[in-house]
Design a binder for this molecule. Structure first.
Ligand SMILES: [Fe+2]
Length: 471
């Protein structure tokens, strides 16, 4: 790492803005997108994130001005990682989307994803947990966990990645990520999230404070259609929840390109229909000198979230904590996927309020994770398999219409507890990927050692005291 790399990164601000960025003077064409003579001898290339004909309010595209067009040096061709001896998995997330996914309506819970047994980089360290639909028809979602301890560009084989299937929402839980993209660099630490749109080339390394051997762990949501947007605010008004100004985009940054320098040779990995393909490239893909547009990676600090909550009785539905939403559910007002957090906040205060989440059966699929601390509806202990409960780095799944809610210990504890005084919950940061899609669970998720097979035991012990009160 050079001294320059340790300078705080700069960012452009604002969700969905049209932004222009140049890393070299007078490199951005003015007044037009695709001039015959592009300044500085660059090549103009458009990256389309929506169909040309998408409505203006949803249209996303960015013009890239680069030293070489992406199509140059591609004649070697992509080779399927299934056909080639490679240290990459054949399928993204180590999961054959067509054969390794199973329907299972049981509630599930997993302990923290362990560090990789053998060294792994980001691509090698992702495991599919659940998913629905098919990226080849642009329908559905996928949910992943990751754990890796190697950088994608640390060895002779530098790897760079792009995803033809959808947009990634990355939620680091342990160790920050140093992410380089064609549009520039981002550093994303636990407590922050980032989105890498479909098609953008990127590289994920571990953000290290020193040379200690650490591993990065986190979660990812992928949407196979559309893009994330900010939720409508309705009666809340024009401010609140995640404010647009707090979303940060990278600024233009380029690597020098020298095809004669063999050390620049790298591997471009493409996720295409959940399969992985790889080809060599003689130079860095990060040769975009300037760009302008609104199809961009971004990051967001969850601590900036302006939580809205009940100030009288009953806590609202968790949709009140939606950070980002992806439209595309099959009914009006129904998202393909929502990213929801349970941030530090003052809880509803009247004396007869039950503060933890209620018992629930949902038309949506709920996958939850914990970034730090505790979640107020689950005690820290697990069932008979001694797997330890809902812990940071772990997760849970409550599928469509699968009953769930506070465990018996949490329920009775909170029934007994008075609620007269305002209480600030500040003990943890949980999140939920909520989807209208019915999801299948991967073989990995079903069989991995961190699965807590006794999870449903946490709902043992409820007593029927009808017609008398519990307490
Ligand atoms: Fe729920």
């Amino acid at each position: 790492m050079t001294a320059d790399d340790k300078e705080p990164l700069q960012y452009h601000r604002g969700f969905g803005n049209h932004i222009e960025s140049a890393a070299y003077p007078h490199s951005l064409p003015q007044g037009r997108n695709n001039p015959r003579l592009v300044p500085r001898g660059l090549y103009a290339e458009q990256l389309s994130g929506t169909a040309f004909t998408a409505p203006r309010c949803e249209n996303r595209r960015t013009w890239l001005y680069r030293m070489l067009p992406s199509v140059s040096s591609t004649s070697s061709g992509f080779i399927s990682c299934q056909d080639k001896s490679t240290n990459l998995p054949s399928f993204f997330g180590h999961t054959d989307w067509n054969h390794d996914m199973k329907l299972d309506p049981n509630p599930m819970r997993w302990g923290a994803t362990p560090p990789p047994k053998e060294g792994a980089n980001f691509i090698q360290g992702v495991h599919t947990m659940l998913g629905s639909g098919d990226p080849t028809t642009k329908s559905g979602i996928a949910v992943y966990v990751y754990a890796f301890d190697q950088d994608m560009n640390c060895h002779d084989e530098k790897m760079h990645f792009y995803n033809s299937d959808g947009d990634f929402l990355i939620v680091p839980q342990q160790s920050g990520l140093a992410i380089q993209t064609e549009l520039g660099k981002m550093e994303v630490s636990p407590g922050e999230v980032c989105v890498i749109p479909r098609g953008v080339v990127f590289t994920v390394n571990i953000l290290r404070d020193d040379d200690k051997h650490v591993f990065a762990r986190g979660y990812m949501l992928e949407i196979f259609r559309g893009h994330f947007s900010l939720p409508e605010l309705g009666p809340i008004g024009s401010n609140g929840l995640a404010n647009g100004r707090d979303f940060l985009h990278p600024i233009a940054h380029y690597d020098e390109v020298d095809d004669a320098n063999e050390s620049q040779s790298c591997i471009i990995v493409n996720k295409f229909g959940q399969s992985l393909f790889a080809r060599t490239n003689p130079h860095s893909p990060y040769n975009v000198v300037a760009w302008h547009g609104n199809y961009l990676p971004y990051k967001y600090d969850l601590r900036k979230f302006c939580a809205i909550n009940s100030v009288s009785y009953d806590h609202p539905d968790p949709s009140i904590y939606t950070v980002l939403t992806a439209k595309g559910g099959d009914e009006e007002g129904t998202a393909l996927a929502d990213f929801v957090i349970f941030p530090p906040r003052v809880m509803a205060t009247d004396e007869n309020t039950f503060r933890p989440p209620w018992f629930h059966r949902n038309v949506m699929t709920e996958y939850m994770g914990l970034i730090y601390g505790e979640y107020d509806a689950k005690k820290g202990t697990g069932g008979s398999d001694q797997k330890g409960g809902f812990v940071p780095g772990g997760s849970s799944l409550h599928s469509i219409m699968t009953p769930h809610g506070p465990d018996a210990a949490s329920y009775y504890e909170n029934v007994k507890k008075g609620c007269k005084e305002p209480t600030k919950f500040d003990g943890g940061l949980a999140f939920m990927f909520e989807s209208s899609a019915m999801c299948k669970v991967s073989k990995f998720a079903l069989n991995c050692e961190q699965r807590e097979t006794s999870y449903a035991e946490c709902w043992n012990g409820f007593k029927n005291t009808f017609p008398n009160m519990h307490v």
